[in-house]
Design a protein around this ligand. Structure first.
Ligand code: PPS
Length: 389
């Protein structure tokens, strides 16, 4: 009887002890987890900050011509049109043909976050240190079509890291001769579940780019922003310094005005000529071509299509964009950011006015190239004369 009583007491004590042990273990587990989480998210934030700093440095070292620094514009009057940022209309005009079928699958798999911090959306693999990797996606061009905007928009994605400045590996001999090892060193460190991206808009026209990129990685994903070639040309003209004649792309042949067909700035807008070179190596399905005009006015639908094309979790949405009335452009609202940031003053320069004769000349000149381009693509862009640029 006495023994049984003693045994029962022991059992009760052991029970209490076991429960206490469980509580201590659970407490330790949660503490460790949160420390680990904040350590990795801290690392991630540091990585992205480092990239942003590098970008600022490199851009301010360059002259005004290419300086594209992101300036933090948190002045209230710059963001007076706050309501337009969440307008439902922002997401309309989606061309279903441009959506790949996987978009639907992705849409069902994830709920787009609205007001979330970056570290809640991305977890680096455990026990892994970030390292530099060759890009899995390259933004190949075309200059003046919105390549910086696209890269910075993508940079808000927690699964994306991007080279801060243009690397110019495939288009410049002095860089290319340093080999792929050097190319890799130009990339920011990343985790294995992130995607490294770089943009160098001169790749699209350079003879070496397509074959060498193919040699490097057959499965690389290519992004290409194009734009109404006349507007693109005017953007290039706006960029010229005062030493260059405003109408450098025009000449007189037998007394009549015509376009300089061998001029580089003019040639850049003959997209079909460049596309044909890339199609010798990559199928069209591996090149995501987007219209810079749509990127400017509908960044949300455009970036969501890019997310799909790159196979990224669909995280970016209207909450990442803010229309700045003064600038006339969308600015970025990265996850965790306290205020939006816009691309610098070198973007959105005033374009020169075109008189009707030159305008007609230019549109007539590019039209056959555009038509060929649309035929190869199997879709059209609205690149006929209009008032806005
Ligand atoms: N959000 C946002 N902010 C600022 N600018 C934007 C944006 N989206 C697109 N754009 C357009 O991008 C044009 C510059 O294109 P790129 O970045 O490709 O130029 S560059 O070749 O890298 O110099 C630039 O051309 P310009 O207007 O002629 O300056 C802009 O029209």
């Amino acid at each position: 009887m006495w023994n049984r009583c003693l045994l029962r007491r022991h059992r009760i004590v052991a029970g209490w002890f076991g429960a206490l042990l469980c509580i201590v273990c659970l407490h330790l587990y949660f503490t460790f987890n949160s420390v680990e989480k904040s350590r990795t998210s801290g690392q991630l934030r540091k990585l992205k900050l480092k990239n942003a700093e590098k970008y600022h440095e490199s851009e301010s070292q360059r002259g005004n011509v290419e300086s594209q620094k992101i300036e933090n514009t948190d002045q209230d009057q710059d963001f007076e049109n706050k309501d337009s940022y969440n307008k439902p209309g922002l997401q309309k005009n989606v061309d279903p043909a441009q959506h790949s079928s996987s978009l639907q699958q992705n849409k069902n798999a994830f709920n787009r976050p609205t007001d979330r911090r970056e570290e809640e959306l991305y977890t680096p693999p455990s026990n892994e240190s970030p390292k530099k990797r060759l890009p899995q996606a390259i933004l190949i061009g075309t200059g003046k079509c919105g390549t910086r905007a696209l890269l910075e928009y993508l940079g808000m994605h927690p699964y994306v890291v991007h080279a801060a400045k243009e690397v110019h590996f495939f288009d410049r001999d002095e860089n290319f001769n340093l080999g792929l090892k050097w190319y890799k060193t130009q990339m920011p460190p990343s985790y294995s579940n992130q995607m490294t991206i770089e943009k160098s808009p001169a790749y699209v026209e350079h003879e070496r780019s397509a074959p060498e990129i193919f040699k490097m990685n057959k499965t690389v994903r290519l992004l290409w922003v194009v734009k109404d070639p006349v507007i693109r040309l005017m953007s290039a003209v706006a960029l010229q310094n005062s030493a260059t004649p405003r109408h450098f792309y025009l000449e007189r042949v037998n007394g009549s005005l015509s376009i300089k067909r061998w001029n580089n700035a003019v040639n850049r807008g003959k997209y079909v000529v460049h596309l044909r070179k890339w199609l010798k190596f990559f199928p069209l399905s591996q090149i995501h071509i987007l219209d810079g005009g749509a990127l400017k006015f509908e960044p949300v639908t455009q970036i969501q299509m890019v997310e799909t094309f790159l196979g990224l979790p669909p995280l970016l949405g209207p909450h990442n964009f803010y229309y700045n009335v003064t600038k006339g452009f969308y600015c970025l609202v990265p996850f965790s950011a306290k205020s939006p940031s816009c691309l610098g003053k070198s973007k959105g320069r005033k374009h020169p006015e075109l008189n009707d004769t030159v305008k007609t000349l230019l549109y007539d000149y590019y039209r056959p190239y555009n038509e060929e381009f649309f035929k190869v693509l199997g879709r059209r862009f609205d690149w006929e004369p209009k008032d806005y640029t």
